[in-house]
Ligand binder design. Sequence first.
Ligand SMILES: Nc1ncnc2c1ncn2[C@@H]1O[C@H](COP(=O)(O)OP(=O)(O)OP(=O)(O)O)[C@@H](O)[C@H]1O
Ligand SMILES: Nc1ccn([C@@H]2O[C@H](COP(=O)(O)O)[C@@H](O)[C@H]2O)c(=O)n1
Length: 225
Amino acid sequence: MLKNLISQCVLPGYRQLVIQKQRQFFTGLNRMASKKYNVLFVLGGPGAGKGTQCEKIVKEFGYVHLSAGDLLREERSNPSSQYGEIIEGHIKNGTIVPVEITCALLLKAMAASEKNKFLIDGFPRNKDNLEGWNRETHDKATVKGVLFFDCPEQECVQRCLKRGQTSGRSDDNEESLKKRISTYTNSTKPIIEHYRSQNLVMELNGAKSADEVFEDVRKVLATLE
Ligand SMILES: Nc1ncnc2c1ncn2[C@@H]1O[C@H](COP(=O)(O)OP(=O)(O)OP(=O)(O)O)[C@@H](O)[C@H]1O
Ligand SMILES: Nc1ccn([C@@H]2O[C@H](COP(=O)(O)O)[C@@H](O)[C@H]2O)c(=O)n1
């Protein structure tokens, strides 16, 4: 009877436990063996020059550039996406799309790339972005640093209004820009400060000419190579 009890009740539970532990062990091994993505975040106000500098960095330093804003605009334009309206609402209002959408787009783009070094431009923009990123990528990515392009508000606004003459962007206008600047000040600057407290921020003067800014970028990136 005792033999029956062991084989019917105790053994199946024990087997289950062994299988579960084996799974956990092999998942851990896989993660250790697979290389993590190396990430540089790129932050700054609207029009601070993030995209312009990322293009230059890609050419010289071999990073893959992923712009969160571009990925969201692409998703918005996809007629089969269920998120098109949500995304457009946030873009026009200069508010931040929920991280579940943005992080999924970023991870999909990273997985589709064969490379390992990413410049993630315009992310994380608020606490929701930061927490979602940490939740989703703690075992997949290492944040190597944050390139922060600091540029005076008036210069940023003028650049975006000028870009708006040809960009076709629904947010390169005075009304959206006021909201974007407010989101940047209230939600994004604290994220920059969060990374600064971890000594991860590389601050650059974004008000110089694009070539001069890149000279400075070169110097800070050389310290990471
Ligand atoms: N250093 C610079 N001096 C003058 N104009 C610049 C400079 N850098 C970029 N620009 C111009 O300013 C506009 C905004 O630049 P860019 O798109 O690189 O900024 P961004 O920070 O990526 O903006 P956003 O976050 O709004 O997408 C573009 O028209 C670009 O050509
Ligand atoms: N992490 C992000 C990044 C962007 N957005 C939305 O897109 C707009 C445009 O972003 P750019 O970086 O191209 O200027 C931005 O104002 C947000 O509405 C976002 O939600 N989350």
